[in-house]
Design a protein around this ligand. Structure first.
Ligand code: ATP
Length: 268
């Protein structure tokens, strides 16, 4: 699988407990877990095999994290299909490669097939010119498969921007559900801080004022928060301190910019 270059087997590490916030998405996945863990009973009861989910939204807010955690939750392997590479590297061959990748995923199923950067592949659908033709054909192959499939390959597609995606993809009957992932709110930021501090410095967690940290990080993504935690640990180590503190983390915060600020700057 790894050799094909476009389909990669990803080792399972992160689980649902590693995700702060995104409760409705997590609950939705947890209901699917029941099906994956009791497939015969579910089929006998008349439950349809889930097709998959599209997770769209801000960068660094847990889309990839959910794809990984879904596979771990279901107890199945995770295969990542890199749409950027499928399109970039194999123009002309891309349709055949897509069929090959889908075939492989179905052979390995039950599995989670994670399609990353979905918008890259389908942005030009319906346009004219050679590249647009390839995209349109590729899109047709994918859409037909998605609509007709009754395999145990559960698709988790992730995308930053669904604004330019063909509407056919977003219609009911393709994905079972579409979730939009936004920047975390204050309560969610508290949880994300505690997850990332707990992973690296569990003993320090008790002394940390999560409320203050969350209050100072409006507009920060999950990835920003993880970055701040890592920076503060590195700084404490460099200074020869024996623990991280709220003030130390706030200092790291003051040296960074939130995703919201950066995006605002890039719009000017
Ligand atoms: P991109 O569009 O840039 O790929 P993404 O939404 O897929 O972004 P992730 O890869 O899931 O982002 O997030 C990057 C890292 O940030 C994660 O591995 C995790 O450590 C941290 N992170 C992001 N969101 C959360 C969250 N909700 N809870 C805990 N950690 C998070």
């Amino acid at each position: 699988v790894q050799k094909s270059g476009i389909l990669e087997m990803i080792p399972l590490k992160e689980g649902m407990d590693d995700i702060g916030g995104l409760e409705s998405l997590k609950q939705w996945l947890q209901r699917k877990e029941k099906i994956f863990r009791n497939m015969e009973a579910a089929a006998a009861f008349g439950v349809d095999m889930p097709k998959g989910v599209l997770i769209a939204g801000m960068p660094g807010c847990g889309k990839s994290l959910n794809a990984k955690a879904a596979a771990k939750l279901f107890g199945v392997p995770l295969l990542r299909l890199d749409m950027g590479r499928l399109m970039g590297k194999y123009v002309g061959e891309s349709e055949a490669n897509m069929r090959k990748a889908i075939g492989l995923a179905e052979a390995i199923a039950p599995c989670v097939l994670w399609i990353d950067e979905l918008e890259k592949a389908f942005a030009g659908v319906g346009g004219s010119g050679g590249a647009a033709d390839v995209t349109t054909r590729l899109f047709g192959t994918f859409l037909t498969w998605l609509q007709e499939k009754d395999s145990q390959a559960f698709v988790v597609a992730t995308a930053n921007n669904i604004a330019n995606m063909p509407p056919e993809l977003l219609r009911k009957g393709r994905f079972d559900e579409i979730f939009y992932v936004a920047l975390p709110n204050k309560e969610e930021r508290k949880k994300i801080f505690s997850i990332h501090i707990g992973k690296r410095r569990p003993d320090d967690l008790e002394g940390i004022d999560l409320d203050r940290l969350a209050a100072r990080t409006d507009g920060y993504s999950g990835a920003d928060i993880e970055g701040v935690v890592k920076d503060s640990i590195e700084a404490a180590f460099a200074k020869g301190e024996d623990a991280i503190t709220t003030d130390g983390i706030l200092e790291a915060v003051s040296q960074t910019h939130s995703l919201k600020e950066i995006m605002k700057d890039s719009l000017q």
